[in-house]
Design a protein around this ligand. Structure first.
Ligand code: HEM
Length: 153
């Protein structure tokens, strides 16, 4: 149950992050936080850059959740090889994505970098769906049901 909850929560927060990313891009507020890694007021969320602030904060939480999920899956003996591979790709994608986020800012939203940012986001989301589907296919550990004893023998 823990793995199902963890993978589904990670997928849900990632979905939210991608939607916020789309909003950042479409509303043209990508450079409202021109610095890296923090916004101009440090950890204080000001209205001037609240959307980009959310994008970065949720990216940090998502990154942590993807890595925790990956470590959990790699350590578990119950998880199949395909799931381990997908979670490894997701872990690498999230690290690349957060690093790339820094370059997107430093290079002032260079079109190639923003396109790559979108592409890696799609790979990350696809891998997270695969990991979640695997988690929901793994049967729960069978509860020990006492076997009926045949007393006549
Ligand atoms: C797991 C981490 C992240 C994911 C999945 C993610 C995803 C996305 C997506 C899907 C978009 C929309 C792209 C588009 O519509 O073309 C976006 C935009 C953006 N992201 Fe991220 N992002 C992540 C982390 C970061 C980080 C750490 C930064 C650091 C500053 C960042 C900065 C930006 C910026 C500035 C835009 C707007 C680009 C523009 O104006 O066109 N992202 N992100």
């Amino acid at each position: 149950m823990l793995l199902k909850t963890l993978t589904f929560s990670t997928l849900s927060i990632l979905f939210t992050l991608i939607c916020i990313g789309g909003y950042v891009s479409a509303s043209g507020v990508g450079l409202s936080c021109p610095d890296w890694p923090l916004c101009p007021a440090g950890l204080v969320p000001l209205e001037d850059f609240i959307i980009e602030y959310f994008h970065r904060t949720i990216a940090a939480i998502t990154g942590l959740m993807v890595i925790v999920t990956m470590m959990f899956i790699l350590k578990s003996k119950q998880t199949p090889k395909g799931m381990k591979i997908a979670s490894l790709i997701a872990g690498s994608a999230v690290i690349s994505q957060i690093t790339l986020g820094a370059f997107v800012i430093i290079e002032r939203l260079h079109a190639h970098l923003v396109t790559l940012h979108l592409g890696i986001g799609i790979i990350l989301f696809s891998m997270s769906i695969i990991v979640t589907l695997y988690a929901w296919k793994i049967p729960e550990k069978q509860k020990s049901i006492p076997r009926m004893q045949n007393k006549s023998t």
